[in-house]
Design a protein around this ligand. Sequence first.
Ligand code: ADP
Ligand code: MG
Length: 341
Amino acid sequence: DPQLNQNYTFETFIEGDCNRLARSAGYAVAAKPGGTSFNPLMIYGGVGLGKTHLAQAIGNEIKQSFPEKLVLYVSCEKFTTQFVESLKNNNINDFVNFYQAMDVLIVDDVHNFAGRDKTQDIFFHIFNHLHQSGKQIILTSDKSPKDLSGLEERLLSRFKWGLSADLQIPDMETRMAILKKKIYQDGIELPQEVIEYVAHNIDNNVRELEGAMVSLLAQSTLNKKEIDLALARQMLKNFIKNSSKEISMESIQKLVCEYFEVPVEMVKSSTRKREIVQARQISMYLSKAHTKSSLKTIGQFFGGRDHSTVIYACQTVEDLIDTDKKFKTYVADIQKKLKMN
Ligand code: ADP
Ligand code: MG
């Protein structure tokens, strides 16, 4: 099937908290196309987070398990172009029949339907036909159906029938796993600290993460240099946000939580669990040291606490740095990462 990219499989799609629901829903759909309540399955999320990969993985998996099924992957753009062509050539029927013959239809980036009323109309009919015949529909979009704009209400309401599952930005651990998998596939060896450096600094999008890795490998080949941290720093300059960027409480919170592997929202909660309290106190301490925020603002930010709590947190952290070697290393480590950002 030329429309499906063979590299986009479940096997190569790394699982993490960021994609667990979408991935397992996709898996369920692939096992029983048209036979689950996930119809349509809508996968949504920001640019470069794996929507196309996952949608294609489902298609590939179905092809593998059910070779007789007709599976079609099409981008919304291509669908639109084909439709406009068929209007021009006066063969809309052929166009519609072709799509209605599919067992599985995957339409990528349906937010691009916005403003294209005629294309939406025709897609609405195809959708209904397929759905009524128990055929599987898989959609991707940059927003959830309730936040999509520029689409007809009746189409949006169809999109809400099945399951919508989002892809989020992968956490540090998942980013590392994605990089390691890539490196392994390409048969390359990279020092752990380089992988960590890249995963740490490219933290908003998987496509950029891969791009950074590709550029690193290219540069190393060109210059016949081994990849070490120094080379990585130099090569990734373009990819990494301005290093003189101001440090924010958000970035501190994110970094500390990643470091101690605690969920971000816990730090702002009222829990007194030791590890959370520690992450919260260190976040407050670092916010005081590295941002211009007042004690009051810091307290507010970390769960609506008052300034005396912040003073107490800073005191505690300073005492621990003086008395607990391990603790001192933690804080130094986090501070180093904060500056790498
Ligand atoms: P989107 O369609 O959301 O813009 P893509 O599916 O094109 O994103 O993904 C961008 C790149 O990141 C692709 O090369 C894809 O293989 C890779 N990618 C995204 N998520 C994962 C993941 N969980 N595991 C492995 N690779 C991923
Ligand atoms: Mg895509």
